[in-house]
Write a protein that binds this ligand. Structure first.
Ligand SMILES: Nc1ncnc2c1ncn2[C@@H]1O[C@H](COP(=O)(O)OP(=O)(O)OP(=O)(O)O)[C@@H](O)[C@H]1O
Ligand SMILES: [Mg+2]
Length: 662
């Protein structure tokens, strides 16, 4: 429908074809840019460390909480040994008679009687833990259950506060990064969005920031808490028996190597599994989409057999994987049990020698087992860090993009809108041809210019240059006799109302859309109604559920094209800027809506300087000057009568339009 209608207008080419080309170009360019960036990063050696330092800058304002949180988490790791030691004393004092007797008779432990079981644990003799053990020993054993609850409560509170503080900081960092990045994105030049797909930018703001948050909280937690846990456990083990600890250090690497070998085999199976699964689904897909040919040519058996073969391959791989899986747990247990047996044998020797109590034995093994979780998370921390740093790199690339130059000191606040293009040539990045070539035209304040020309001839480009969305490669644009670049984008845009080719509305109420951006989001209801009236939008707005409060849907999807355009005109009227740019609003409309939009446009143009791109000649005829573009060049300009008389491109287009029913 759209394309049919477009064929009856001056600009007769399908837009979709161009869009696809653009999209592809954009992708290629973004990949190219990514490679460039990587090359650049390598060149200038932006190291992980530098990136991490830069990331930490975002956490800096919250360093108080950050440090408090880390202290809390450190406390958790330090409380842990108290619990273990308490348990060991319970063992020694309540369940091993000799020791309890010695404690009961006060003072130094009595010498061993018949056996050589020591009265005092190795841990309590070590310099580091003597104080703590001594203090605990003065406590009646019946207090211990309460003590345990108290310690756990303390540990829980510290853990809670620490977690809370770190997550608070990370949520702040994520929030700040999102805010900063989004605000910065809005300030980036239009050309940036030509190069970068919106979906990618969205994922940077939603996903990448999340990853960065994980680095600040998770990585820090792990670094502080788990490394401390590891150290504490090792120190405790060493305090009990350095011989046993040494034994662990000898055996552990062997266990690690065996475990790694086992998991590698598993991983290999799962990779094969993935590719075979892909092949199976590809084949299924192909078979089902070819079902007509299969029916006609009777290829049932052939295809079914081929399918069965692939399905069976998947089954066999699954079995391999499951066999490895099933075998791995018992195998691992076996390996670990051998390792533990070795350590237990050593421990028994120590016990027999009288160098260890039952409590020591208990602590040693508890500490040994407690090494595993922190080891695991510490070995995973690198991947968390790498992911976070990769996300940071991708986000920083956006933050480092230079924003548009916003304002210039000598700006005059009010423009009347006299425009002069002087030999303007413009080319889009990554394009081989110029979009505008040596374009010159002039228009006095309060006058109306119309651009005419086939699709792709550069009409929208001229308007985009005027709005400061792009900079020309050569030539100059003057507004009110002043160079455009010296006026400053802010001033320029304050004076422009733009009704774009593809009207996009924000997913909010009609009134908010009409008052968009003006006076910081405050809506002047009576002005909104006046603008809607003048734009010929009031009638349909009144029929909407909720009237001016009705929501317009995403991009304005709940409204028709013509309604959207009239809202957009109402927005321009509401803004009341002296300078109107109107891009081809009539292309997709039926005659009735077109007339409504035309009328609205006429009212908008009164007393304002305007540049109008219109494919329908009724608008064009009334313009003070018509500029006809072809392939980015101005081929002719003048009034309607002059151009008709000249018998050039305009006359030909005009003739075409009169023949076709519109
Ligand atoms: N953002 C862009 N990036 C790269 N090339 C672009 C971009 N926008 C337009 N072009 C190219 O510049 C040329 C002029 O495009 P322009 O949008 O100005 O045409 P137009 O006259 O407005 O066409 P239409 O009537 O279809 O709106 C075209 O060849 C187009 O492919
Ligand atoms: Mg256009």
């Amino acid at each position: 429908m759209r394309h049919f209608r477009r064929d009856t207008t001056l600009g007769a080419t399908t837009q979709t074809v161009r869009m696809h080309g653009k999209e592809k170009q954009r992708r290629i360019e973004s990949i190219w840019k990514w490679n460039q960036q990587r090359a650049c990063n390598n060149l200038f050696m932006v190291t992980d460390f530098q990136r991490y330092k830069r990331l930490l800058r975002y956490a800096k304002p919250y360093r108080g909480r950050l440090i408090a949180g880390m202290v809390m988490l450190a406390l958790v790791s330090l409380i842990e040994p108290v619990i273990t030691i308490a348990f060991s004393q319970i063992l020694d004092r309540a369940f091993v008679p000799e020791v309890s007797a010695a404690v009961a008779s006060q003072g130094a432990p009595a010498p061993a009687q018949a056996t050589s079981i020591p009265m005092q644990s190795a841990l309590s003799q070590s310099a580091l833990f003597a104080g703590l053990s001594g203090w605990l020993r003065t406590m009646p054993i019946m207090w211990f259950p309460f003590l345990l609850v108290l310690i756990f409560a303390l540990r829980g509170a510290a853990n809670f506060l620490g977690d809370l503080a770190l997550h608070w900081v990370s949520s702040r960092v994520v929030f700040d990064l999102r805010r900063i990045t989004f605000a910065h994105l809005l300030r980036l030049p239009v050309s940036f969005f030509d190069r970068n797909a919106a979906a990618e930018l969205t994922s940077k703001i939603t996903f990448d920031t999340q990853q960065i948050g994980a680095v600040t909280s998770q990585a820090l937690t792990t670094l502080v808490q788990d490394s401390l846990k590891l150290v504490v456990a090792l120190v405790m083990m060493a305090a009990i028996s350095w011989k046993l600890t040494l034994g662990v250090f000898v055996i552990a690497p062997v266990v690690a190597v065996v475990v790694r070998l086992l998991t590698r085999r598993l991983r290999a199976a799962s990779i094969a599994m993935q590719s075979q699964m892909g092949e199976l689904s590809r084949f299924t897909d192909e078979g089902l989409s070819n079902q007509r040919s299969i029916k006609i040519y009777g290829a049932f058996a052939q295809i079914s057999n081929a399918f069965a073969e692939r399905a069976n391959r998947v089954r066999r791989t699954i079995m391999k994987q499951e066999t490895a899986n099933a075998a791995s747990a018992p195998l691992m247990h076996l390996v670990v049990s051998v390792a533990i047996a070795g350590i237990v044998a050593l421990a028994i020797g120590e016990g027999q020698r009288g160098a260890m109590t039952a409590g020591d034995f208990f602590i040693f093994f508890t500490a040994l087992l407690s090494l595993l979780p922190p080891l695991k998370s510490l070995s995973a921390i690198n991947s968390v860090l790498q992911r976070g740093l990769a996300a940071a790199a991708s986000l920083f690339a956006v933050i480092d993009e230079p924003a548009e130059v916003a304002s210039v000191a000598n700006a005059q606040p009010k423009l009347s809108g006299a425009v002069k293009f002087q030999s303007v040539t413009a080319r889009y990045a990554g394009r081989e041809a110029d979009a505008l070539v040596d374009v010159s035209f002039e228009i006095a304040a309060g006058r109306h210019v119309a651009f005419v020309g086939a699709s792709g001839s550069g009409k929208s480009t001229a308007i985009a240059l005027l709005a400061g969305f792009y900079q020309p490669q050569s030539g100059e644009i003057f507004v009110d006799g002043e160079l455009l670049k010296r006026i400053g984008l802010q001033t320029l845009r304050d004076n422009i109302s733009l009704v774009a080719q593809d009207v996009l509305l924000v997913n909010d109420s009609v009134a908010t859309n009409i008052a968009f951006g003006s006076s910081g989001g405050k809506v002047d209801q009576s002005r909104v109604q006046w603008a809607a009236q003048a734009a010929g939008a009031a009638t349909f707005i009144d029929t909407l559920p909720g009237g001016y409060a009705a929501r317009v849907g995403e991009g304005g999807s709940l409204l028709s094209g013509g309604q959207r355009q009239r809202i957009s005109i109402a927005r321009a009227l509401y803004k009341g800027a002296p300078f109107v740019l109107f891009d081809e609003a009539t292309s997709a409309l039926d005659s009735e809506s077109e007339r409504l939009v035309q009328d609205a446009l006429q009212r908008l143009m009164v007393g304002r300087t305007s540049i109008v791109i219109a494919h329908r000649l009724s608008t064009v005829e009334r313009a003070d000057r018509i500029v006809t573009l072809e392939g980015g060049r101005v081929v002719e300009q003048g009034s309607h009568a002059q151009l008709l008389a000249a018998g050039g491109l305009y006359a030909r287009l005009h003739g075409l339009q009169f023949r076709s029913p519109t």
